[in-house]
Design a protein around this ligand. Structure first.
Ligand code: ADP
Ligand code: ZN
Ligand code: ZN
Length: 755
């Protein structure tokens, strides 16, 4: 027995039980299971280690969440079978996962998954005779090996070469070149195995750096407001915690504040995580961080392959990088000594995860920072009403940035009443004023950005005589009109059908599209201003990997022209040469059945408008709408956010919606309407009689979208006072009324939407 091992076993002599969360995809296991740690594995095992355990007749991968001295099941315990690698998360992560599981009613195993290397878990294959094989990516950066294999493994592959490759790997570290020398055809076999997820090659996967010099890397003297904000953030870091709201208009230099704060944190050898909405995780944003912070940055986003994401994760885990930039899941990156978490555009709905665990990034970040002694900075030009209210109450520290760094005032905003345009005989989707401004852009050789909140050729058909709108029978949403294939398509379930020649309800021939799509807007623009280059950016043109990047590059390369696109152009773009911004149809987001529709409309309009006039040439914004008196439009035009926020406060206060209440949305779905309705009713009755004082039920009722993919949907709301323990109240009551087979029940705490 080695000296180190002897010492370890003396220290941990009593800790012979490993509590393990078992990774069984088919089952939502909430509780960890206890296993005996055999002496041979005692030195290797610690909290956070991936391990192999017997589970029923199977062998499963699991993660050690604690080491104990004894177990309530002492006499029935089975042995841990293998330790797969070094720890992949720390004790804090377990605290966080437990918090998430409790707060959002999720199984612990699911919450814990958030903290695991993405797409990297090896698989355990049972072998005849009781042995097992472990194949997959290595879980921790302990070596440069292709795969880590532990236990009694006998490769089962039928292909001779693959078997030879797996056998060669057992010997230890092997590069592809070495393998190829040893086994004929090994390179191809390795690729096959890699595609199958059976092995991973660590030295061929490198994250590509965006090339070329970056003008953003130049440093400017800070404005007084920036300096003040940085000082406050660093003081908070010094004192070990707190939440700040960086409340800064577009172009006020928020990113510069983030960068400086991160630089200070790095200088102390500590780490930072920067979260941005997936949609604004553009090469431009990433480039800015890389240019300033150099090789110290890992980037995690959905366009990376599983292997690339895994690599970025490992860079953080090994301490090689201290800054992680990414979408919401990057919050769980295993950086060391976390000092700062930044959530940019904190109001974005995409910070709420749409599947279990249905966590809100902002709230989880607040919890993580509190536990780890880190500071949370929320940045936005249009903070959510929730965050705004906490800042008003002094719970969050407000750090205002009221001026644009480039000096100058924001671009003036002009509202065009489209109903009036129509009445006066102008039926183009480009109003007279917008056309005029586009013409000037073309004449002066400048650039414009046009925003359209739609996908497809045109949005939906509307009968001008009777108001009929064709909708999907199984989804109760309006069908999208695709002119190129002359069909109506449901954007929920994908069902398509031909365009009817006349209105199915009244027979009128005036069945017209309402609102145009990006293709139509592009065609019309070409007709209006032939010769002016137009770059279209929507879900269709950016579907390919790197498509987003390429589209932006072609716009950058233009001398003069127009970038025309959906909401993805609203975020993060910083092109000083853009002098005109046009919103073709502000109305689409106003009609969404959600209590946040007005707030969302305002946030979107403000984002888009902020793309204009970022350079010395100034700019102009044209907003076209059928509803010019909408509070979001008025707040935007008058540059008085209070017009929107005050009205919203009044409405939400009256209805008990956030921030004046906390809500949970309980959804039911299934193919049998009666089952779904009765499950909803039964649950509602149980809650009504069982909920503590202060919590109330609204509903049950059909969901705003009553049917999706043939499934009927009902829902109800649970309302309580702000910050009340809605989850804690629901768990015991819901446990008593499980929905019947065929009905799925989903609980969404603090939902970001009602659909
Ligand atoms: P925001 O994130 O608030 O929209 P940015 O950080 O993108 O604002 O800043 C807008 C522009 O101003 C960027 O081009 C940035 O490089 C530049 N900038 C930021 N801070 C300063 C400063 N103190 N002096 C000069 N330019 C600055
Ligand atoms: Zn009609
Ligand atoms: Zn449908």
């Amino acid at each position: 027995m080695s000296a180190a091992f002897a010492m370890l076993s003396r220290m941990d002599i009593a800790k012979t039980i490993a509590r393990v969360v078992v990774d069984v995809p088919a089952r939502a296991l909430s509780d960890p299971f206890d296993y005996r740690v055999p002496p041979a594995l005692a030195a290797e095992v610690s909290v956070g280690c991936p391990v192999v355990v017997p589970f029923g007749p199977r062998h499963c991968l699991g993660y050690v969440v604690s080491l104990e001295q004894s177990s309530a099941f002492d006499d029935r315990l089975r042995d841990l079978e293998g330790v797969v690698g070094a720890p992949v998360f720390d004790e804090h992560a377990i605290t966080h996962a437990r918090w998430i599981a409790r707060e959002y009613l999720a199984p612990l195993s699911e919450s814990l998954k958030l903290f695991l290397p993405p797409g990297g878990a090896p698989r355990v294959h049972a072998e005849p005779g009781g042995g097992w094989t472990l194949v997959g990516r290595q879980m921790s950066p302990t070596s440069d090996r292709l795969v880590t294999l532990t236990g009694d493994h006998r490769p089962r592959s039928n292909a001779v070469v693959q078997r030879a490759v797996l056998a060669a790997l057992e010997a230890g570290p092997v590069t592809v070149a070495e393998l190829a020398a040893e086994v004929r055809g090994a390179a191809a076999a390795v690729r096959t195995l890699e595609r199958a997820g059976a092995v991973s090659v660590s030295d061929r996967r490198r994250y590509r750096r965006p090339g070329g010099p970056n003008p953003q890397s130049t440093r400017h003297p800070h404005t007084d407001e920036q300096a003040q904000a940085i000082t406050r953030i660093l003081a908070m870091v010094e004192s070990g915690g707190g939440v700040a709201l960086l409340d800064g208009i577009t172009g006020s230099g928020k990113t510069e504040v983030y960068l400086s704060a991160i630089e200070h944190v790095l200088a102390e050898g500590r780490s930072a995580i920067v979260l941005v909405p997936e949609i604004s995780l553009t090469p431009q944003t990433v480039g800015r961080f890389r240019a300033r912070l150099g090789g110290d940055v890992a980037v995690i986003h959905s366009r990376l392959s599983a292997g690339e994401r895994f690599d970025q994760w490992q860079l953080a885990l090994s301490g090689q990088v201290k800054v992680v930039v990414g979408a919401r899941s990057a919050l769980f990156a295993p950086v060391r000594d976390l000092a700062l978490v930044i959530i940019d555009e904190e109001h974005e709905p995409s910070y709420k995860q749409g599947q279990s665990p249905r966590y809100h990034t902002r709230d989880v970040a607040e919890h993580i920072c509190a536990v780890r002694g880190a500071v949370l900075v929320l940045g936005s030009a249009t903070p959510s009403l929730e965050t705004m209210t906490l800042a008003d109450e002094g719970v969050y520290e407000r750090l205002p940035l009221t001026r644009r760094v480039g000096g100058g005032s924001p671009a003036p905003i002009e509202v065009v009443d489209m109903a009036r345009e129509f009445a006066e005989g102008h039926r183009s989707i480009y109003s007279r004023s917008l056309t005029q401004h586009l013409r000037s852009v073309a004449e002066r050789g400048e650039k414009a950005v046009l925003f359209l909140n739609r996908r497809g050729f045109a949005s939906f058909l509307l009968c001008r005589e009777c108001g009929f709108v064709p909708t999907c029978e199984s989804c109760s949403v309006s069908l999208t009109y695709h002119e190129d294939i002359a069909s109506l398509q449901c954007h929920h379930c994908g069902a398509a059908r031909p365009v009817p020649p006349t209105c199915p309800r009244c027979g009128s021939a005036y069945l017209r599209r309402f609102g145009a799509g990006t293709q139509r807007a592009e065609t019309d623009l070409h007709t209006l201003l032939p010769g002016l280059p137009v770059i279209r950016m929507d879900a269709d043109t950016t579907a390919r990997k790197g498509g987003h990047e390429q589209t932006l590059r072609s716009f950058e390369a233009l001398e003069s022209g127009v970038l025309l696109g959906t909401q993805m152009i609203a975020k993060g773009l910083d092109y000083p040469e853009v002098t005109l911004v046009g919103v073709l149809n502000a109305d689409s987001s106003m009609h969404v059945p959600d209590f946040r529709a007005a707030e969302r409309t305002y946030q979107l309009l403000e984002q888009v408008a902020g793309r204009a006039g970022r350079g010395p040439a100034g700019g102009h914004v044209v907003v076209q709408t059928y509803w010019p008196d909408h509070p979001a439009v008025r707040a935007l035009v008058m540059r008085r956010p209070a017009l929107l926020y005050d009205e919203e406060r009044a409405v939400r206060h009256e209805l008990g919606f956030p921030p004046y209440g906390r809500i949970a949305n309980i959804g039911f779905s299934g193919s049998d309407l009666r089952d779904v309705r009765s499950a909803a009713t039964t649950t509602a009755e149980a809650l009504r009689t069982g909920l503590p004082d202060g919590l109330t039920i609204v509903g049950p009722a059909p969901a705003p979208i009553e049917r999706i993919k043939g499934n009927w949907r009902w829902h109800m709301l649970v309302k309580g006072p702000p910050r009340s323990d809605v989850s804690g109240a629901l768990v015991p009551l819901l446990a008593k009324v499980a929905p019947p087979d065929g009905v799925t029940r989903v609980v969404d705490i603090d939902p970001a939407g009602m659909l």
